[in-house]
Design a protein around this ligand. Structure first.
Ligand SMILES: [Zn+2]
Length: 221
């Protein structure tokens, strides 16, 4: 049996990871979705000692230690990943050790060489522009990226609610997030470049074109 492929979507905030994740899930049909952000939010809701610690750290805007992040997605996959499924990591891996541990884990699963990181590349300036301008629906919480057709929307296309800017999309918070990418994630990209695994697509194109480029690059691997 051919081993199913797995992907890790990497990119600056605002690059459109979430949208591309949805498209990849639909296209491949056999991917198990893992979002570090979702797992952390679930953890922080738990009435446990670790849940309490995570909540406090996130509230202060500090970083959750890497062993916690690794532990979370590993447990999720241990309990859920079926033999005929690949994995789609959304927003991982953000630190070198996470990327290295993921490779060890894939070796353990006998899936060596099946994990492909995909960088959706947008410049820091573009990211800043998109994040300061993107909007969220006041009523249903849907996020509207500052790209293409979405720029023309005046009301939420799902519920008709009013659109506004997100509170945590202020310039300081945005600059922090983008600085983190330059400091930590670039090291991860270098790691993947060494064995020629990294798929890089230009994220400053339409959603459709970005997806098309991803599929083309995956096929060529
Ligand atoms: Zn809405």
């Amino acid at each position: 049996m051919k081993k199913p492929l797995s992907f890790a979507l990497i990119g600056r905030s605002g690059c459109g990871k979430g949208t591309q994740a949805e498209l990849l899930m639909k296209h491949f049909g056999n991917l198990f979705y893992v979002s570090t952000g979702n797992l952390l939010r679930e953890l922080a809701k738990l009435d446990t000692l670790a849940g309490k610690s995570a909540k406090e750290i996130m509230h202060k805007g500090d970083l959750i230690p890497d062993f916690m992040i690794i532990g979370l997605w590993m447990k999720e996959l241990n309990l859920n990943l079926k033999v005929d499924q690949g994995v789609l990591f959304d927003g991982a891996f953000r630190r070198l050790i996470e990327a290295q541990e993921a490779d060890e884990y894939f070796n353990f699963l006998d899936r060596k060489g099946t994990l492909f990181p995909i960088l959706i590349d947008i410049s820091r300036e573009e990211a800043y522009d998109r994040l300061t301008k993107r909007r969220i629906c006041k009523k249903c919480g849907k996020i509207f990226p500052w790209v293409g057709e979405f720029k023309k929307l005046e009301k939420c296309d799902k519920c008709g609610g009013e659109l506004q800017h997100r509170a945590d999309d202020n310039p300081d918070a945005i600059n922090n997030r983008l600085a983190y990418f330059d400091k930590e994630v670039l090291e991860v990209l270098e790691y993947y470049k060494k064995d020629n695994r990294l798929i890089t697509v230009n994220g400053e194109q339409t959603v459709e074109k970005v997806f098309e480029d991803i599929l083309k690059a995956v096929k060529a691997k």
